[in-house]
Structures are given as C-alpha cells and as structure tokens.
Design a protein around this ligand. Structure first.
Ligand SMILES: O=C(CO)[C@H](O)[C@H](O)COP(=O)(O)O
Length: 222
C-alpha cells in the first residue's frame, strides 16, 4: 500500500468536524481519537459523533479507541461504517476474538500498544490484524513530544512483519511532524498519524503532502 497519512482531528475545530476533514483532501484517512477518561485521563468524543461524521466525511475513518472495554464498544464503530478500528491490547479482554469480530464486520482490525508495552505481547496474533499501532507518546493528549525509545520496537515489528510475509500496516501516532516522520519511516512505519503538526498549520493539506514526501523518501533510504 505504501506510505499513508492519517491526520488526527484531536486538535482541529471539533465544532466543524466534517469541514475540518474537507481541509485535508490529500490524506488517506482521517484519524479520530475516542477517549473515555478511564483508559486515558482525557475525554473526547464517542459513538454518536463518529456515526455522524461517517455520514459526512470525505475520507474513510480510522478510529483509535482509547477506552476501557473495547470488546463491547469496538464492534459498534465498525457497524457505524468506520473503515479501520483500533483497540488497545492493554484494555481488551479477548483481543483475538475482537479482531476476528471486526474483520467479520468488514472493518480493518487494528491493535495499539502503549510505549511501554513490549511487542512480544502482540507477536503471536499479528496474523489476526490488519494494522498494528505503536504509540510514540503516552496516549491521552495531542501536542506531546515523539518518543524515540519506541524506534527499536518499530524496527523489530517491521522485521517480524517482513519475515512472516504479512500484509500488516505499521502505524505510529504521537509527536509525528516534519522533524520526526523520517525517523519513524526509516524504522519501518508506513502509516502516520499527525495531529497538531497538521491542524496548527495554515495549510493543513500542504503538511499532509510534505509528511508523505518525507516519509516516502526516508522509507527508500534517501
Ligand atoms: O492518540 C493521540 C493522543 O493519544 C493523538 O492521535 C496524537 O497524539 C496526535 O496528536 P499529535 O500529532 O499532536 O501528537
């Protein structure tokens, strides 16, 4: 599939969500962060808003559930028409069953790991997933600094995916900008979430294109 950019609307103007999505036509997805103030210490938006956005978004939705009990809630997002549903391994009671359920619903099944969660915890079930999200900040807030300590985990994940011949996408999320995207791409990430870097810019779509160009060149070792 190659390099993909999925801007997070966390720092966009949430009162005009569909309009904010329309400002990034070059993006591959729009990333929506659902936080419940339990799994993470922040509260954003939930199913009714995502259902409404799914009706009006010009881009497919990539939802990131930072919530407790994803086993109960994630399938409802797939039902709402979300193209890619990410749940956290740390929160799921039955991650393999949940991934299978999401795929059976026609969504892409994706699982996220917090920075300190070892890759080994997910290694045995990579074949059940369409995407693995390796968080490059502690989940909960936009505008944090990219954690370089996650780079070895990205490299190792890329090695495992290549060795197993999987089609799995490797997403990074947190602190992704023109300053950090190349490091993540060199390490093997191919799907990039960027929130504040995109929506704090006067021309968010130009940033999307810049991030894609930088990541593409870095992935080729240029
Ligand atoms: O999942 C998230 C926070 O938990 C956000 O998607 C992420 O932090 C994006 O924002 P930024 O690019 O500003 O770091």
């Amino acid at each position: 599939m190659g390099i993909q950019i999925t801007p997070s609307v966390l720092n966009a103007d949430l009162s005009r969500l569909a309009d904010e999505v329309a400002r990034i036509p070059s993006a591959d997805w729009v990333h929506v962060d659902v936080m419940d103030n339990h799994f993470v210490p922040n509260l954003t938006l939930g199913l009714p808003v995502v259902e409404a956005l799914a009706q009006h978004s010009t881009l497919p939705i990539d939802v990131h559930l930072m919530i407790e009990d994803p086993d109960r809630w994630a399938p409802a997002y797939a039902e709402a028409g979300v193209g890619s549903v990410t749940f956290h391994l740390e929160a799921a009671a039955a991650p393999v069953r949940l991934a299978r359920e999401l795929r059976a619903q026609g969504a892409r099944a994706s699982m996220a790991l917090k920075p300190a969660t070892p890759l080994e915890a997910a290694e045995g079930m990579l074949g059940e997933l369409d995407m693995l999200l390796l968080m490059t900040v502690e989940p909960g807030f936009g505008g944090q600094k990219f954690l370089d300590l996650v780079l070895p985990k990205i490299r190792r994940a890329r090695e495992l995916v290549s060795a197993a011949g999987l089609e799995l996408w490797l997403q990074v999320d947190g602190g992704v900008s023109a300053e950090t995207v190349e490091r993540a791409a060199e390490a093997g990430a191919d799907v990039f979430v960027a929130g504040s870097a995109v929506y704090s810019a006067e021309d968010p779509d130009a940033v999307v294109r810049e991030l894609r160009d930088l990541a593409h060149a870095a992935s080729l070792g240029e």
